[in-house]
Design a protein around this ligand. Structure first.
Ligand SMILES: O=C(O)CCC(=O)C(=O)O
Ligand SMILES: [Fe+2]
Length: 362
């Protein structure tokens, strides 16, 4: 057995080839992509580790109620309470009323899809080095023994603008750059609204999280493409992890992402016009553990491919963040230290399939 495994290509070699190429060539997933045991998915279902609840209780927050002068104070309070509950139990919510037209979200998915649908030579113009982040390809090579993900991605630093490296920004489809620029502007507005709403939901001063993130907080966009997979029972689109961000905003065309709650996986519905807001470890730190960083994964599917765009919102480099003073009380003593550049440290753990949050615990 060991011999057979050794004769297979190492991760570096596998990662130099796109998942989409293997699908086009009708190849079976190589062993390094296999992270589930045969029957595990069915076993999870049977043991009840996957909720069959049609998500009737999944939190949906209408941000327009919080920003509109036409909603009453009690309506606003009700929505803020829902928000606090969502983030302290699920660590995420689906946002509607964010002011970004559905037609524009569809356009964002369309340009992403058109990029991945192009011939490999076109996409390879934007190819990243195996160990780099920005550009088209797979994640850098993980620690030994870590399974690979059944996905290809295009990762771009989008804000502040001086971080952009246009050599990785596709020129085709021709509207790609303008649409991503516009999406970045809208994500800036949305992070402002969400950060303020989260502060208000905890009775904190509304700019407190924005101040912790800093004026030059980073936004990075990751277009994920999950090709159809012949063995969804053995292979995941993206392995279980928590994000090292402050928080992440996700646009998806069809369902596939699941969050872990009470030891069960829940599938987040794909709802036209809605955006998933998902807490990363740094919001858990800033709220002294009141909000939960959501552990999530992406399933692969033999029936259809999937596109998602994750925008990572990360505190300014070299800036210390820590629990808000008002959230440290006798009943809830300080659980986290001040940290800086946490997202960078998080990455080393992610690559080994581990969580990093313990490094911030007091
Ligand atoms: O594809 C998704 O829905 C989630 C992507 C994700 O978790 C990530 O890029 O960190
Ligand atoms: Fe993630």
């Amino acid at each position: 057995m060991a011999e057979a495994a050794d004769s297979l290509p190492p991760a570096e070699v596998l990662l130099s080839k796109r998942v989409q190429e293997m699908v086009i060539n009708q190849e079976e997933p190589p062993h390094l992509y296999i992270c589930r045991k045969s029957g595990e998915a069915a076993g999870e279902e049977q043991r009840g580790d996957v909720s069959s609840d049609p998500l009737s209780h999944f939190p949906l927050i209408d941000l327009s109620i919080l920003s509109s002068s036409s909603s009453t104070l009690s309506e606003q309070d009700g929505e803020l309470q829902k928000l606090r509950l969502a983030l302290s139990s699920w660590g995420c919510f689906l946002a509607t009323g964010h002011g970004i037209p559905s037609s524009f979200l569809d356009e964002m998915v369309r340009v992403g899809r058109e990029f991945f649908e192009q011939p490999m030579e076109e996409k390879k113009k934007y190819e990243k080095g195996v160990e780099d982040f920005q550009g088209y390809g797979g994640d850098p090579v993980p620690a030994k023994g870590q399974p690979l993900d059944w996905s290809d991605r295009l990762f771009l630093d989008v804000y502040p603008e001086d971080r952009r490296n246009l050599k990785f920004w596709p020129e085709n489809p021709p509207t790609f750059r303008d649409v991503l620029q516009e999406y970045t502007v809208k994500m800036r507005m949305m992070t402002e609204a969400v950060s303020k709403a989260m502060a208000k939901s905890l009775d904190l001063q509304e700019d407190c999280f924005l101040n912790q993130f800093g004026e030059k907080a980073h936004l990075n966009a990751r277009f994920n493409y999950y090709p159809q997979c012949p063995r969804p029972d053995l292979v995941l689109g993206l392995k279980p992890h928590a994000d090292g961000t402050g928080y992440t905003i996700i646009l998806q065309d069809v369902e596939g992402i699941q969050v872990l709650k009470d030891d069960k996986w829940f599938t987040i519905p794909a709802m036209s016009g809605a955006l998933l807001v998902l807490m990363g470890d740094q919001m858990e730190i800033m709220t002294n553990g009141v909000f939960k960083s959501a552990v999530h994964r992406v399933l692969s599917s033999s029936e259809r491919d999937r596109i998602s765009v994750a925008v990572f919102y990360i505190p300014e480099p070299n800036k210390e963040i820590g629990p808000e003073e008002a959230l440290i009380t006798e009943e809830r003593p300080q659980a986290y230290k001040k940290v800086k550049d946490y997202n960078d440290e998080h990455w080393g753990y992610y690559q080994q399939g581990l969580r990093a949050i313990h490094i911030a615990k007091v």
